[in-house]
Design a binder for this molecule. Structure first.
Ligand SMILES: Nc1ncnc2c1ncn2[C@@H]1O[C@H](COP(=O)(O)OP(=O)(O)O)[C@@H](O)[C@H]1O
Ligand SMILES: [Mg+2]
Length: 336
């Protein structure tokens, strides 16, 4: 069984004896990892649907599903329902969990020495990998018309109000918060348009990426989206920058949990990640420029704020000792 942050149950099944490697031989030992979904919902599970689509599109940074299983049952209305119940993928041997890796980089930082250089190189490569993921998602699963900017701003405003009503520390510790949030959202609402919507990862953070040591390559896992959201919502096209915002927040968590020893560590890895993202985006996502324009930075800022406000609610409910992490993040986002 695997341990660590996960919402399903995964079991590693060793290859029998001298079985040949399954899938692409350089990445796999023949071992499989089987994930059983804890929440079943009628229809395709996005983890199966999206991983299969990306692998078929030729992307080599997602594990290839080799088998999946569905359950079929008859409902009270006598109609037949089917749900994906589990998926088996090739196992990535000798790989580091992205979150543990960056916590260690933060803890052992040497300012401008080899540790810092390694952290920046891996963050840049993760940005590049993320841009590749978005290009393949658009190519394999299509694009959709985005909402008008005021519509997205209104949805984020509603979530911001919900977070501030739910977590009183937000307003008591961050002076003038409502007005500052409103400034970010009005800038979003004033944009001429948004980027085309695509399928996104949906729950993108450092715990969802593995760095394969020998191949020196990132793999992206777990396309299920936020497991507690209804399935239809998780499969809805969204702004790809939502994933970028999720990963930026995750670097903040790594800096806090790893007690980053240098105050500029977080800014440096965030910068390297974004650099990798924006420089890989132009050839793959034609709508985006090599350097982010005002549309991208305004949208990204608003989405990062939205994510940090959501985290404040999550932490207040589940890990009150950690509320300081998103509070600190919100202050940082509003100060940039
Ligand atoms: N193909 C794989 N190779 C190696 N380890 C994996 C693989 N897939 C998942 N894991 C490990 O299992 C953990 C949980 O997998 P994940 O797909 O994120 O499940 P969950 O939906 O439960 O979060 C990952 O964080 C990773 O450590
Ligand atoms: Mg996961």
């Amino acid at each position: 069984m695997t341990t660590g942050e996960q919402s399903n149950t995964s079991v590693v099944m060793p290859a029998p004896g001298d079985a040949p490697a399954a899938g692409d031989a350089d990445a796999a030992t023949g071992d499989l990892i089987v994930k059983l979904f804890r929440v079943l919902a009628p229809g395709r599970n996005p983890d199966v649907e999206v991983s299969v689509a990306l692998a078929r599109d030729g992307w080599d940074r997602v594990r290839t599903p080799v088998a999946w299983t569905t359950l079929t049952w008859t409902g009270p209305d006598d109609a037949e329902h089917t749900a994906d119940a589990g998926v088996a993928c090739t196992f990535v041997p000798r790989a580091d969990d992205g979150f543990e890796l960056f916590c260690a980089f933060a803890a052992d930082d040497d300012s401008d020495g080899p540790q810092r250089q390694r952290a920046l190189a891996l963050a840049r490569d993760l940005g590049d990998t993320t841009a590749q993921m978005h290009a393949h998602l658009a190519c394999a699963l299509g694009t959709a018309a985005p909402p008008a900017p005021p519509e997205l701003a209104a949805a984020l405003r509603e979530r911001a109000r919900w977070a501030m009503d739910e977590v009183p520390e937000l307003e008591s510790q961050l002076p003038n918060l409502r007005a500052r949030v409103e400034t970010v959202l009005s800038e979003l609402a004033a944009l001429d348009r948004l980027e085309p919507a695509t399928r996104v990862h949906g729950d993108y953070h450092l715990g969802q990426v593995l760095h394969a040591v020998e191949q020196d390559r990132w793999y992206v896992l777990d396309f299920e989206g936020e497991p507690l959201r209804p399935l239809a919502e998780r499969s809805r096209p969204d702004q790809p920058l939502r994933d970028v915002a999720g990963m930026l927040r995750s670097f903040d968590y790594a800096a806090e949990v790893g007690h980053a020893t240098h105050p500029d560590w977080l800014g440096a890895v965030r910068g390297a990640f974004l650099d990798g993202y924006w420089s890989a985006a132009p050839t793959s996502v034609p709508a985006q420029a090599a350097r982010p324009g005002r549309r991208q930075t305004t949208l990204l800022n608003a989405l990062e704020l939205d994510k940090a406000l959501y985290e404040a609610v999550y932490e207040a409910r589940n890990r009150p000792d950690w509320v300081a992490i998103p509070l600190h993040g919100i202050e940082m986002i509003l100060t940039i």
